[in-house]
Write a protein that binds this ligand. Sequence first.
Ligand SMILES: Cc1ncc(COP(=O)(O)O)c(C=O)c1O
Length: 362
Amino acid sequence: MSDQRVYNFSAGPSMLPLSALERAGSEITNYRGSGMSVMEMSHRSKIFMQIFAETQEKLRRLMNVPDEYQILFLQTGASGQFSMIPLNLMSRTGKADYAVTGNFASIAAKEAKKYGAVNIAADTSDRDHSYIPAQDQLKLDPEASYFYYCANNTIYGTEWQYVPETGNVPLVCDMSSDILSRPVDVSKYGIVYAGAQKNMSPAGLTVVIIRKDLAGHELPYTPLMMNYQTMIEKDSMYNTPPCWCIYMLGLTLDWVEEQGGVAGMEKLRDLRSSMLYDALDNSKLFKCHAEKGSRSGMNVTFRTGSEELDAKFVAEATAAGFVNLKGHRKVGGMRASIYNAMPVEGVEKLCDFIKEFDKNNG
Ligand SMILES: Cc1ncc(COP(=O)(O)O)c(C=O)c1O
């Protein structure tokens, strides 16, 4: 790692693979002999269309996306999907199931209520969103148009360790903060989506993987730009897509492929997260927010129990080159986001730092 770079534990936007950044840097004024930057290209040009098609193809290969699914590159932000999903899917029965396991699922459920009847299939706020409900705790409505959940709760640091079983009700999943970090059987889902700014690309791109037959049933007042069918028909090019972010996604996917694909990412993720949880569990000072069995492999939330000591930890860590460790205000304490691009060495060094801090302050 170059000398000036820090270990950035930000929840997002967050670290990107160094090789992707360096490649982008080397091509920034002249993309492969074209005489122009990707930022300056027409989205309809042959050269950009090739970047677009190759990126779609790489993602399809890496995530093993079946043919009956379309990969969309949109600009709505992950939050835009909170509206787009009910606008397009709610019409089937007028109701939908939502599992509220954190902040973003809660916002999504509130947004969906504007368009239909929302059944809260689970709500983990009783224990401050520190756990994921078990399958038999889900209150499922067999007539729901879809079942919505958030695979990884970025703020609280919990993650679903199983795919909910919902019979014929299509699964819709926000994978913003764990996509590409572990294998996903896309064929079990109706829609998988993710804001790109954690494991994929800079902010500005939202990837939606949708089973095509679910589109085309939008509510009549659905805005043009929020209609999946329009975007499927135009292959995400109804308007100008986020060209630079799509290019950057392609570079990240090259790196993922070089690391052994999604299975390779999962090995690294398990290594990083087990090291970090072990260091915290073996300390005198630190307690994790998430309950065992529900812990996230991407966002590790922890605290000492003393706000003063937490602040000291964050300040000393920052000075030592471990930045953005302050927890979200809803949880307090600390949060280490250890996405795909976080080097294992960064976590090793953070663990050493945690042990030293524990020894000196415990
Ligand atoms: C799981 C999850 N969903 C949704 C969002 C919202 O993303 P965006 O800012 O792209 O709307 C975030 C942002 O951190 C997130 O972590």
